[in-house]
Design a protein. Structure first.
Ligand SMILES: CC(C)(COP(=O)(O)OP(=O)(O)OC[C@H]1O[C@@H](n2cnc3c(N)ncnc32)[C@H](O)[C@@H]1OP(=O)(O)O)[C@@H](O)C(=O)NCCC(=O)NCCS
Length: 267
């Protein structure tokens, strides 16, 4: 699909505003859907309808106790919050009580890239989750997110985008969880196709109330296991869980940029 190019000007000095979407009928939400579908490949994303549903639920009621607190944040240059063509970016994610923050998706319009919009969206997302955890009286130990590293033979543009991602992750204080290929279900596959291969993802984590040094291999295994259980409902014994955390797996935090290197094609 052709990437949406808009005539919307944005310059480095222009203020970007970020706010939370509460109305699924808002054309800005439709613009976020377009950006989401244009900038992420099908096997990296869940159906947009699920995101829309969480926006609708959030507007209706407060999250039930122990339930996820989901947020869709949108960004535009100041004064253009009603112009769908001015949508500069979005971020979507949730607080998982008793676990931590989970940032699911982020995207910036091609015309708005490298101007700090991605950084701004992450920072605002962290702030929103701080408010959520404060309301629950819980600490916010970390925020975690996943990202699909291109295949060694993927086109140059995919590797350029991977570099952009890992630099953004670095910029916002995220670390790469080295030593884990997190196997997740392929939502693009036909629901009937049980044999669709899982999608291997790299994990990134920003320590917040828990200091970086406390993320030992043991603690990181718990964090990774918690993601399987809490998000994908995978328990020990399920193939994706067991292949993500094989015996002897020793995950460690490394600078996010270290995940950016293009690996040589496998022989
Ligand atoms: C990845 C993405 C969100 C970055 O957003 P952005 O608004 O351009 O990022 P920022 O302007 O905040 O830049 C953050 C850092 O990344 C660097 N960066 C951004 N784009 C870059 C690029 N194409 N090449 C190299 N570095 C890049 C910036 O220089 C900055 O690093 P620095 O502070 O060390 O200079 C954006 O490229 C995008 O939407 N890509 C398509 C969707 C996607 O991949 N989403 C992520 C899913 S996990």
């Amino acid at each position: 699909m052709q990437l949406q190019q808009t005539a919307t000007p944005v310059d480095a000095k222009q203020k970007v505003v970020v706010w939370e979407a509460f109305d699924v009928a808002d054309p800005m939400v439709a613009a976020a859907k377009d950006l989401y579908e244009q900038t992420l490949t099908a096997d990296e994303r869940i159906p947009w309808l699920w995101i829309e549903q969480s926006v609708a639920d959030r507007a209706k009621s407060k999250p039930r106790p122990g339930g996820w607190s989901r947020h869709l944040l949108l960004a535009t240059p100041e004064g253009q919050q009603d112009d769908p063509a001015a949508l500069a970016g979005y971020v979507y994610g949730a607080l998982l009580p008793g676990y931590g923050g989970y940032l699911c998706y982020v995207g910036v319009a091609p015309w708005a890239r490298r101007l700090g919009v991605g950084t701004r969206l992450y920072d605002q997302f962290f702030k929103v989750l701080r408010v959520d955890s404060g309301e629950l009286g819980e600490p916010l130990p970390f925020v975690i997110w996943e990202s699909h590293r291109p295949d060694p033979l993927s086109p140059h543009s995919d590797w350029e985008n991977w570099t952009a991602r890992t630099r953004l992750f670095d910029r916002v204080g995220g670390y790469w969880i080295d030593g884990v290929d997190f196997l997740s279900p392929n939502f693009a596959a036909d629901e009937e196709a049980d044999d669709a291969p899982p999608v291997p993802l790299q994990l990134f984590l920003k320590p917040l109330d828990t200091p970086e040094a406390a993320f030992t291999p043991e603690r990181l295994r718990e964090v990774v296991a918690g993601l399987h259980r809490g998000v994908y409902r995978n328990e020990p014994g399920s193939p994706m869980y067991d292949r993500t955390l094989p015996p002897g797996c020793e995950p460690q935090l490394r600078p996010a940029r270290a995940a950016g290197a293009r690996t040589p094609p496998r022989a």
